[in-house]
Design a protein around this ligand. Structure first.
Ligand SMILES: [Ca+2]
Ligand SMILES: [Ca+2]
Length: 244
C-alpha cells in the first residue's frame, strides 16, 4: 500500500466503501437440467432438483411439475433458452389455483441493493402433443424474501405458441425494508387460467448490484477539498511568517 500513489489509495478506499459491480446470486439448478432426461421426453413425477412445489400439485389430479426436454419435438419453434431442459407446470384439472415452483436461496435481502431477476417464460405449442396445449394459462414470476413477495412480473408478457420470452423483475431496496435480512426466494407460477394447461420456465438468473451512494462519494470529495483548503491556509501562513 505504501508504494501506491495517494490517488490510487483513494480509489482503493472508494472501491471498498462503494462496491458497484453486480454479482449473480447462487440459484440451485437454475436451468432445470437436473434431472437429466432423454431428448423428446418429460418427467413430471417430482419437482426439478432444488425446487419445491407451490400451490396445488397432485399428480393423480393431472396437476404436476417437473422437466421437459423438447428436442426432437415440434413443441417449441424457439430454441430452449439454456441447456436442454425447461421446467414444467402442467395443470389439467382442478383449477383455477395458481401453482408452480419455488426455492429459497442462501442469500438474504440487503438494503442499498438493486435486484434483477430474469427468467424465460415459454408457451408450449399444441403441435405434435399428447395433450391440447393450445392457449396460455398466464404466469407470474415473484422475487421473495422471508416467503413474502418483494416484487413480481404478473403476466406482462404474452409469448406466442411455441415461443419463449424473457421476464425481468427489478427492484431497488432503499435504506430500509421490512424484509431486510430475510432469505431471498424465487417463485415461478402458472396462474392456471382458463386458456391453456402448461407454462414452461428456463434460465433463472438473479443479479444483485449495490446502489451507488452519491452522498458518501460527495463526502469523500468534500473532505479532500477541505484538506486542500487547510493546506493552502497553512502555506499562506508560512509565507506570511517568512515575510515578517
Ligand atoms: Ca434449461
Ligand atoms: Ca400453449
Amino acid at each position: 500500500m505504501k508504494n501506491l500513489p495517494v490517488g490510487a489509495a483513494l480509489v482503493v478506499g472508494l472501491s471498498l466503501a462503494q462496491p458497484v459491480s453486480g454479482a449473480l446470486l447462487i440459484v440451485n439448478n437454475p436451468s432445470f437440467e437436473s434431472p437429466a432426461i432423454a431428448a423428446g421426453t418429460f418427467d413430471t413425477s417430482a419437482p426439478p432438483v432444488g425446487w419445491s412445489t407451490y400451490g396445488y400439485v397432485d399428480v393423480f389430479a393431472g396437476r404436476d411439475v417437473g422437466v421437459l426436454d423438447p428436442a426432437t419435438t415440434t413443441l417449441y419453434a424457439d430454441p430452449v433458452p439454456d441447456g436442454d431442459n425447461v421446467a414444467v407446470v402442467f395443470l389439467l384439472t382442478g383449477g383455477p389455483t395458481e401453482t408452480g415452483l419455488q426455492q429459497t436461496l442462501a442469500d438474504t435481502l440487503q438494503t442499498g441493493m438493486t435486484y434483477t431477476l430474469n427468467v424465460h417464460v415459454g408457451n408450449i405449442s399444441p403441435a405434435d402433443a399428447p395433450f391440447n396445449f393450445s392457449g396460455f394459462p398466464g404466469y407470474r414470476v415473484d422475487l421473495l424474501a422471508g416467503g413474502q413477495v418483494v416484487a413480481s412480473d404478473n403476466n406482462t408478457l404474452a409469448p406466442g405458441e411455441g415461443r419463449f420470452l424473457e421476464s425481468t423483475v427489478a427492484i431497488t431496496i432503499g435504506a430500509a425494508h421490512p424484509l431486510a435480512g430475510e432469505p431471498l426466494g424465487i417463485r415461478l407460477v402458472s396462474l392456471d387460467g382458463p386458456n391453456g394447461i402448461e407454462v414452461n420456465f428456463d434460465h433463472v438468473r438473479l443479479d444483485a448490484v449495490a446502489v451507488p451512494e452519491p452522498a458518501n462519494v460527495g463526502g469523500v470529495i468534500g473532505a479532500g477539498l477541505a484538506v486542500l483548503a487547510v493546506r493552502r491556509q497553512l502555506a499562506r501562513k508560512a509565507a506570511a511568517n517568512r515575510q515578517t
